[in-house]
Design a protein around this ligand. Structure first.
Ligand SMILES: *Cc1c(COP(=O)(O)O)cnc(C)c1O
Length: 381
């Protein structure tokens, strides 16, 4: 049989054909009016997705580079920060802040457990000298979406900043930066933005910019002031990833044509269908607050979770994601993020059913597909 490759992971995600082929065009020079106009249209599109009137800066790095950029541009050594760690990526905020000498109050949550705005308000009351709260919109390791709107309400009443890792969530689930009082938003190209890995985005509120002006942490490549100065001249401080920016402009055109609301609804439908499907065959979700970006599913008792992922990827070429430590072998993750159609989850679910029956899990074949199909059919337009 022809073994076709199916990318079903929460990053990188599939890229539309018209966006892929744009990478085959001859390279143009970046210090030209022609590139500048493409670049500025890209920035406008990014502002649309961020739902902000502030500048969005384009960095040549993976998403973690933008996380580091947030830390080095906002803080001074010894600054107290709160980091919310409900999984691998929330944990990363704490790691970066510690490397740069911040005084980190890390709140460790069970994976998939919510953290309420009231809990955050209590933490801020107990730590009134907090300079920034570092949170995650969509914790990709656990498939959880947190209450950024609520955190924004709470943090806006203090002198602290709310810094949000929107790397898998932004563009797939609502998080209007300005309206929800997010002070810094970071994101990355290979999740919901429908292009390959290699670009990261960062935007600052006016409140955050005051901290940028005061920040004394060392920085060079990621110095936000340089990006701001150069954006005023319609360019970037260093050679941009020209091809990726051209691809991002094309992908943003697709996103704008569809409209953010429709895109959120699309992810909602795929999320609903995936959740209904796995529940229909007796599987459980890891998260108590699952997002529409990906679904993290517990490996049922008696099934070897490592083998499950190996079979799906190796035999069926259905590249879902496994669990990250300490959930390796205990969960697996099906993404419904970025440029995925309704039938892409059917592929994931078919491969899952075939794998589960091979691993002797007791269930009725076809039931997951049927449950997903019903939701897709109801919502198809
Ligand atoms: C993917 C991801 C990251 C890391 O991004 P890289 O591009 O791998 O550096 C950080 N946070 C979240 C929530 C992610 O999904």
């Amino acid at each position: 049989m022809i073994k076709k490759y199916y990318l079903l992971s929460p990053g990188p995600t599939p890229v539309p054909e018209s966006v892929l082929s744009a990478a085959a065009e001859p390279i143009i020079h970046h210090r030209t009016p022609e590139f500048s106009s493409i670049f500025m249209e890209t920035v406008e599109g990014l502002k649309y997705v961020h739902q902000t009137k502030e500048d969005v800066f384009v960095l040549t790095s993976s998403g973690t580079g933008a996380m580091e950029a947030a830390v080095v541009n906002l803080l001074c050594p010894g600054d107290k920060v709160i980091t919310l760690n409900g999984g691998k990526f929330g944990e990363r905020w704490g790691q970066i802040c510690r490397v740069y000498g911040a005084d980190v109050k890390e709140i460790i949550l069970d994976w998939g457990e919510p953290f309420t705005k009231e809990q955050l308000a209590d933490e801020l009351k107990a730590n009134p000298d907090t300079k920034a709260v570092f949170a995650t919109l969509s914790e990709t390791s656990s498939g959880t979406v947190y209450d950024i709107q609520g955190y924004g309400e709470v943090v806006a009443k203090t002198d602290a900043l709310l810094v949000v890792d929107g790397i898998s969530g932004l563009g797939a689930t609502p998080c209007p930066m300005d309206e929800w009082n997010v002070d810094v938003m970071v994101s990355g190209s290979q999740k919901s933005f429908m292009i390959p890995p290699g670009l990261a985005y960062i935007a600052f509120s006016p409140k955050a910019w005051k901290c940028v002006e005061r920040s004394t942490l060392p920085k060079f490549y990621f110095d936000a002031k340089k990006y701001k100065k150069n954006l005023e001249k319609r360019t970037t401080p260093y050679t941009p990833a020209i091809t990726l920016i051209i691809q991002q402009k094309k992908a943003l055109d697709i996103i704008k044509t569809m409209g953010l609301e429709k895109l959120f609804e699309h992810h909602r439908i795929l999320g609903d269908a995936t959740r209904a499907a796995v529940k229909a065959i007796g599987l459980e979700l890891l998260s108590k607050q699952p997002g529409n970006i990906l679904t993290a599913i517990k490996v049922p008792e008696g099934v070897d979770g490592i083998k499950l992922v190996k079979t799906m990827q190796g035999k069926y070429k259905a590249y879902i994601a496994g669990g990250q430590e300490p959930y390796k072998g205990k969960i697996f993750r099906i993404a419904h993020l970025g440029y995925m159609g309704g039938f892409d989850i059917i592929i994931a679910l078919t491969a899952l059913e075939m794998t589960l029956s091979e691993l002797d899990y007791d269930f009725e074949t076809g039931k997951a597909i049927k449950a997903a199909e019903e939701i897709l059919k109801e919502n198809w337009e």
